[in-house]
Design a protein around this ligand. Structure first.
Ligand SMILES: NC(=O)c1ccc[n+]([C@@H]2O[C@H](COP(=O)([O-])OP(=O)(O)OC[C@H]3O[C@@H](n4cnc5c(N)ncnc54)[C@H](OP(=O)(O)O)[C@@H]3O)[C@@H](O)[C@H]2O)c1
Length: 257
């Protein structure tokens, strides 16, 4: 496990985060589980302990800087040091310009972007003091362009990826490895709301395995699955007129109704 024994996961009450906790628990890691849904993470903690694993849980809202500070203190008390922190917490869902609300845009940014910023602010001095560590932030392949129906989500993930990239370059000399996780489509409560075809949809367990291996290998960018990554690269470089045409055609029904 490349010495990755003490793991903290922000946002693991369900979906990819929960699968990551299960994946790490199976490999003997000691886990601190953080999410807003205290019942769900307490149940996950009990399930891990029933399998002979070690886990602690505490509610934490990543958009609340003080809560993040308290959660990291709790994690240090439980684990001693933190080898890997995974910031997986995220919100998203269809949002259309005809109903655009700046407040809703801000809510998505508060979790998906400022959640990662809040964790970085607390963990950088902690990891510097302990001589290093890994911070993995979960963004998305959806960051490549402003997709219709996903303005806040795409913006928040693009900003988060840029933040993580600067952090990756700057923090390397302190022994802090900053990794960016960019999943394609994964079958979770978040994607259950999508009304469009999702190519190469995968299970959360498979996504968790890929992420854990990528973290173990200290991959700067853990983007998967490769056909979706390839598709996203093509979409990124499409000329604007062609992109607008294709994106409008794909979602025209939703844009008007
Ligand atoms: N599913 C996909 O296809 C896909 C693709 C690309 C990227 N992603 C990203 O992967 C991550 C996990 O997504 P998912 O599909 O597993 O979604 P999900 O099933 O809806 O789970 C989201 C997790 O984030 C937690 N969370 C949300 N807001 C939070 C907050 N303010 N503070 C702390 N935890 C919070 C939720 O826990 P509580 O509600 O208990 O707080 C939950 O455990 C997200 O960052 C998402 O954007 C997903």
């Amino acid at each position: 496990m490349a010495g990755d024994r003490n793991i903290v996961i922000f946002g693991c009450s369900r979906g990819i985060g929960r699968a990551l906790a299960e994946e790490y628990a199976r490999r003997g890691a000691r886990l601190v589980l953080l999410s807003r849904d205290q019942d769900a993470i307490a149940e996950l903690q009990r399930a891990i302990e029933a399998q002979g694993g070690e886990a602690w849980s505490r509610n934490c809202d990543v958009s609340d800087a003080e809560d993040v500070q308290a959660a990291v203190s709790y994690a240090r008390e439980c684990l001693g040091g933190i080898d890997v922190a995974i910031v997986n917490a995220g919100v998203g869902g269809p949002e259309w310009m005809r109903d655009f609300r700046a407040s809703e845009y801000r809510r998505v940014m508060e979790t998906n972007t400022f959640g990662i910023a809040n964790v970085l602010e607390v963990l950088i001095p902690v990891m510097r003091a302990q001589g290093g560590g890994v911070i993995a932030g979960v963004t998305s392949i959806a960051e490549v362009r402003g997709f219709p129906g996903s303005a806040a989500y795409c913006s928040s993930k693009a900003a988060a990826s840029t933040l993580l990239e600067s952090a990756r370059v700057e923090l390397r000399d302190f022994g802090i490895r900053v990794l960016t996780v960019r999943p394609g489509f994964v079958r979770t409560a978040m994607t259950a709301k999508n009304e469009f075809f999702m190519p190469f949809l995968m299970s959360p367990a498979r996504a968790a395995r890929i992420i854990r291996r990528g973290i173990e290998r200290r991959r700067r960018i853990i983007a998967f699955p490769w056909p979706t990554v390839l598709l996203s690269r093509i979409v990124r470089v499409l000329p604007n007129a062609l992109y607008d045409f294709a994106a409008r055609r794909a979602r025209s029904e939703n844009m008007r109704s």
